[in-house]
Design a protein around this ligand. Sequence first.
Ligand code: NAP
Ligand code: G3H
Length: 476
Amino acid sequence: MTKQYKNLVNGEWKLSADEIKIYAPATGEELGSVPAMSPEEVDYVYASAKAAQPAWRALSYAERAAILHKAADILVRDAEKIGAVLSKEIAKGYKSAVSEVVRTAEIINYAAEEGLRMEGEVLEGGSFEATSKKKIAIVRREPVGLVLAISPFNYPINLAGSKIAPALISGNVVALKPPTQGSISGLLLAEVFAEAGVPAGVFNTITGRGSVIGDYIVEHKAVNYINFTGSTPIGENIGRLAGMRPIMLELGGKDSAIVLEDADLDLAAKNIVAGAFGYSGQRCTAVKRVLVMNTVADELVAKVTELTKALTVGMPEDDADITPLIDTKAADFVEGLIKDALDKGAKATTDVKREGNTIYPAVFDNVTTDMDLAWEEPFGPVLPFIRVNSVEEAIDLSNQSEYGLQAAVFTNNFPLAFKIAEQLEVGTVHINNKTQRGTDNFPFLGAKKSGAGTQGVKYSIEAMTTVKSTVFDIAK
Ligand code: NAP
Ligand code: G3H
């Protein structure tokens, strides 16, 4: 029998009556089971967390930071052990899995330090009616309370840690709902925080299928803040259920790489291939389409095709560039996009091949706007090229997307790059680089259907704290 992983609830490790078996997507190997929590068990998680908050909040920033630094040290110590499980659980290359764990430790350390720099302000009255001159306002930041952190399968450690650490350092308590495929990794992260000495009830986990318990855990009145990363439809549902409570939504994307005719095409090709095919395209920030000037399209397509053909296809433990997708539904979806594009006249410049849930990396030239591949987020290793005749056409096509996460612009004309960046309806524009979340102190956000709210350590702390103003009359 494989290991039965347990939830961390009020400082104790708990099984539930029901469990969910977790299998490796690449091999089908059974990796263990996680509890399927009942609504009553969720109620207990939330009640324990609420009860733990006053004492946690009463600690100094330095005391909370010391626990977070310890958690970061343990993560680094166990990076290879946790990375090996993570690699199997979500079919991510082993080295990338270990670096995800180390990156999470860096975020936790940075959050601890950022907490030490938290400060408020004092405002003077007198700007309005004369009598207000006697007043001062002392403005401080307070924790929001109980944060529900919901993470996606593609970064089960990192996109949990990047929510948990800023929440905890600010005096909040946390309930983490990891993705089902990724929940063993989430529970290993909980072991790290428990070993670091996070007090009982301050950090808890809730496992179970989102389709079964998702609405219940979100709607629950005990939750003060929902910090979600995942797909746009689920994010929109959470937005509806949240009511007046604050939320952070980091959702899907269709990031464009815009390549102008003066661009360094070798640099562009290298970044486009790395951006499109890292973790087999299962990144919100993956380059998901190239909008290239017709004049340089042939040359760029040839360079990208050559680099793509050199990618390795295989298993996560071998660190192959392209590994099996997370499940059959995901592979079927990508295959459907490919078929639609081919039926409508797109030209494949690489072999189009599928073995099980492995989709070989595919590049398509002459993609047109009537094809689903021009607009849908594939979350797989497929890269469409759309040829354009002007900068305006590229901006217009980019902005027609329902998504607005990021974009990349490749050009050596920096004033023009800034002008384009200003016009793109996205959270971040990278100049001469691939789209990407890091570095993790930078703001990370999506416009339109890519999200609401801003992450990035300092921004996450601000988001999960609220302003409290205390006003004094300093003279009668
Ligand atoms: P997903 O299916 O939306 O799931 C994300 C999380 O939500 C999982 O923990 C899932 O649990 C949970 N969930 C499912 N139904 C829920 C409900 N009704 N209420 C509350 N939670 C619920 O997304 P995914 O397939 O894991 O991740 C891929 C998507 O995430 C892509 O669209 C990608 O672009 C996006 N993403 C965005 C960012 C960003 O920062 N913008 C980063 C990474 C990924 P279960 O696993 O149990 O269903
Ligand atoms: O999947 C979305 C992640 O936030 C992307 O992070 O750009 O560092 O791979 P990344």
